[in-house]
Structure formats: structure tokens, C-alpha cells
Design a protein around this ligand. Structure first.
Ligand code: CP
Length: 306
């Protein structure tokens, strides 16, 4: 059972809670591999997904996770909801709370919005990505994928490369991986490198090669195409050439190092197509881990009430 009412980020969870989610997630993944998609864990519960930003993976996998465990599921996209009529987040939350929803899964462009919602509603709140803050379920699914490959992440080296400035995925991974004993090295163009990552436990590197040296896992992060116009890098072609991950860069990693990416990926920019589709890629595996870890989160949050 989790100690918190909500899952807002991995900064707030301790290693024991993270471990519990991963353990249940691994069991859920075993069931999914056997194509078992009818479980009773959330029978009679209502799960609402509330997305103020675009999503394919996160929204779909939270909704499938809830449905596979027997919940009633409603998906709300802000664009087609009363948000468009000016309703505030708090009023939307209170309205959904009044409908006796048990869990609200929220993605919002503003960091801290899930925390505000969590303080307002009785339902459990799960952060599905808030601004540049955190994306806890993404990091948990990434770590689960690594644990499946290695047995544990303790002592493993994970290199994270890409747009660190705007990445909630990188921050959540940094919190989660370091709490579980992994070493995290990071590299980004200086215009996409925020201050303070070293204080959060990362080894901040000066080159792709330094970051990837001896890595067990190399994770690319999405370049947000809209940022290109902010002048953070000259062109996608130049980004790929000077900052992207390719076979030459992977030679610095351990032999057979895993290639990961949270998606959606810009093919040929953050990673070459050959790496995305290669034998060491775990990108599709991450997607299946996503359903499993979200099943674990939903189950553990509502478990005490069953
Ligand atoms: N990785 C991730 O959050 O993907 P979506 O934006 O498709 O949900």
C-alpha cells in the first residue's frame, strides 16, 4: 500500500514505495505477456483521465490499464470539455469528485497543476505529466523495463541525452534511478541544459561520448520541435549530427547496451532509425511496461478501499 494519497512525482516517493510499484508492475507485465486483460482489481471503481495536453501512450495506457482491471473509465480531453468555456481546474476537479470518481489521472502544461488538483479533491490523483516538472509513470515504466533486462538497476549506468531543459521525463528518471542506486549521466546542448541537475544527482557531461562511456542504457529524449524556433539549436539536421545518438556514439557504451526513448520519437534526430528499430532497442517494450506500471499504480492507490 502506498503511503501517499496521490502519485505526483518520484521526488516525493521513497525507494520502498517505488520498489512496491515496480514489483506489482512486473507481476502485471507477466499477466499482460500471457494476454490476460481481464482482472478484478478495480471492479466498481471509476477512473477519469483528464488531459490538457496531447498524448497517445500515456492516456491510452492509463485507460487500458484501468479497463483491464475492471474499472469504469471516462476520458476527458480539455479541448472538448467545459474547460473551453472557462471552467477552472479546481471547479472541474470538484465536479468530477462529486461524480464519485476514485482516481483522476491528469496531464497539464503547467507544473504543479496535479498537486493543486490533489489538494482539492478526495479522489486519488495521478500525474500523467505536468509542464517541465515530472512524469512519474513514464520513469517507472522506464525503470521497470531496465529491471526486466538486468534484474536490478543498482550499480547500472544510465545515460540520458537530449532536451533536458524541458524534460519532465528526465527529472522523474533521475529521482527514481538514483533512489534505486543507479548512476545517471546526462548530456545536452548548453542551450537545453538546465542548471542544478548535478545537485539532483546527475553527472553532467561535456560530450555525448563522455555521457555514454560504459553505459548499460542510453536514453534519448524528444526534441520538442516547437523549441527549434526558440533558437536553441540551428536545425534538426545539425542537432542529429552533433547531439543525436548514432552507432558511432553507441560504441562508447557497454556492448549490447539498451536503447530507450519515452516517445514520441523524431526519427533520425534524437536516435537514428537503425537504433530505434535495432536489436538493442527497448522502445516497444517500454510501451507494454507502461500499461503494467499504470495498472500497478491504479491498483496500489485504491487497494485499501477494496
Ligand atoms: N511518453 C509520453 O508521455 O508519450 P505521450 O505524450 O504520447 O503520452
Amino acid at each position: 500500500m502506498l503511503k501517499h494519497k496521490d502519485v505526483l512525482g518520484l521526488r516525493a516517493l521513497d525507494a520502498e514505495e517505488i520498489g512496491e510499484i515496480l514489483e506489482v508492475g512486473l507481476n502485471m507485465k507477466r499477466l499482460l505477456r500471457r494476454n490476460i486483460k481481464k482482472l478484478p482489481h478495480l471492479m466498481g471503481k471509476s477512473v477519469i483521465t483528464l488531459f490538457y495536453e496531447n498524448s497517445t501512450r500515456t492516456r491510452c495506457s492509463f485507460e487500458l490499464a484501468a479497463k483491464y482491471m475492471g474499472a469504469h473509465v471516462v476520458g476527458i480531453v480539455a479541448e472538448s470539455s467545459s474547460v473551453r468555456k472557462g471552467e477552472t481546474l479546481i471547479d472541474t476537479g470538484k465536479t468530477l469528485d462529486a461524480m464519485r470518481s476514485d482516481v483522476m489521472v491528469i496531464r497539464h502544461p503547467v507544473g504543479g497543476a496535479p498537486e493543486l488538483l490533489a489538494k482539492t479533491v478526495k479522489a486519488h490523483v495521478v500525474n500523467a505529466g505536468d509542464g517541465m516538472n515530472e512524469h512519474p509513470s513514464q520513469a517507472l515504466l522506464d525503470i521497470l523495463t531496465m529491471i526486466e533486462a538486468f534484474g536490478s538497476v543498482e550499480g547500472k549506468k544510465v545515460a540520458i541525452l537530449g532536451d533536458l531543459s524541458h524534460s519532465r521525463v528526465a527529472k522523474s528518471n533521475l529521482f527514481g534511478l538514483t533512489k534505486l542506486g543507479a548512476e545517471v549521466s546526462v548530456f545536452a546542448p548548453s542551450t537545453l541544459l538546465p542548471a542544478g541537475l548535478d545537485r539532483m544527482g546527475a553527472k553532467v557531461c561535456r560530450s555525448r561520448e563522455e555521457a555514454v562511456e560504459g553505459a548499460d542504457v542510453v536514453m534519448g529524449l524528444r526534441i520538442q520541435l516547437e523549441r527549434q524556433h526558440a533558437g536553441n539549436f540551428p536545425s534538426l539536421g545539425e542537432y542529429a549530427k552533433f547531439y543525436g545518438v548514432n552507432d558511432e556514439v553507441m560504441k562508447y557504451a557497454k556492448k549490447g547496451a539498451l536503447v530507450m526513448h519515452p516517445g514520441p520519437v523524431n526519427r533520425g534526430v534524437e536516435l537514428t532509425s537503425a537504433l530505434i528499430d535495432g536489436d538493442t532497442s527497448r522502445i516497444e517494450e517500454q510501451v507494454l511496461s507502461g500499461i503494467a506500471v499504470r495498472m500497478a499504480i491504479l491498483f496500489l492507490l485504491t487497494k485499501e478501499e477494496i
